[in-house]
Design a protein around this ligand. Structure first.
Ligand SMILES: C[S@@+](CC[C@H](N)C(=O)[O-])C[C@H]1O[C@@H](n2cnc3c(N)ncnc32)[C@H](O)[C@@H]1O
Length: 276
């Protein structure tokens, strides 16, 4: 039996599973350039002490561990014990010994340690009051330290799209991801809100991107997200919670596709600030 932290966030809409970790890995590949620009813009270099919030299965943690090098340190935090377990193994397999992990919920997490930077990727959108969270975490960085976040927007019209076009049922399954997220109370405008939230702490640098994925298998990225939100859809009692057969959709969409398939994800913004 695993010890779940008190107040484990109940609204987190992506079910923790091996498939979800596979999806996070696919997603992370395309995000490497934007993530690395954010880390270097935020001044995260060898020797830095960094706190990562919502590390998930450790994809961003890998980039951080490489950026801070053997003389730096990363403390990576997440509220999901299965993700922490997977991230711990991933970091060890990659040969890094400069990362420690903390199982905690941001809603009641307090850091005793002071860092050079705090980083999160696809994290603040899941926090009910991100402004209050930033106001709390800014106390855990030293003066001139950095806050750096990469977040997404998924309101209607800014959702994944695929070329050549997918079947109507696949499109509706992709719409379903965002509908479930909205229903779970997840913030659909975090990317566009982020620079303005960070402006409270200093001069903001921001970049936007929707990094394309190529090849037939890129259709798995949104369709695996459909799979990951189904348990939340069931919990919410949605009438469409049993509608989608993800394996059947993937098999049907793979038919006839080749390397010319392009999957465009929702829009992301990376923004960072050095505190005054
Ligand atoms: C979409 S995943 C992103 C993981 C990773 N940052 C990446 O880019 O691959 C979001 C992560 O935030 C974590 N999370 C959500 N709400 C949280 C909270 N209140 N406290 C701590 N972690 C949380 C989830 O468990 C999940 O692992």
């Amino acid at each position: 039996m695993k010890n779940y932290p008190e107040n484990y966030p109940e609204n987190y809409p992506l079910h923790s599973s091996e498939r979800e970790r596979h999806r996070l890995k696919m997603q992370a590949q395309a995000l490497i350039p934007l993530s690395e620009r954010m880390l270097s813009g935020a001044g995260i270099a060898h020797g830095a002490q960094v706190l990562e919030l919502g590390c998930g299965s450790g994809e961003m943690t890998l980039l951080l561990a490489a950026a801070v090098g053997p003389t730096g340190r990363v403390v990576a935090m997440d509220s999901d014990p299965a993700q922490i377990e997977a991230a711990t193994a991933k970091i060890a397999d990659a040969g890094f010994s400069n990362v420690s992990f903390v199982l905690a919920d941001m809603n009641n997490f307090v850091s005793e340690q002071i860092f050079d930077a705090i980083v999160g990727r696809y994290f603040l959108l899941y926090i009910a009051d991100p402004e209050a969270a930033l106001a709390r975490m800014v106390r855990w960085i030293k003066p001139g330290g950095a806050l750096a976040f990469l977040e997404m927007d998924f309101y209607r019209g800014v959702r994944s799209s695929i070329w050549p076009p997918v079947a109507a049922e696949t499109n509706s399954a992709i719409e379903f991801i965002a509908d479930v997220m909205l229903d779970a109370g997840i913030n659909p405008h975090m990317a566009v809100r982020l620079p303005s939230m960070l402006a409270h702490y200093g001069t903001v640098h921001a970049e936007t991107a929707a990094p394309l994925q190529f090849g037939a298998s890129s259709i798995e990225l949104p369709l695996e997200a459909v799979r990951s939100v189904i348990p939340m859809a069931r919990k919410l009692g949605r009438s469409d919670a049993y509608r989608y057969d993800v394996d059947a959709l993937i098999a049907a969409e793979l038919q006839g596709r080749d390397h010319r398939t392009v999957t465009m994800p929702p829009l992301s913004v990376a923004a960072w600030v050095h505190t005054n």
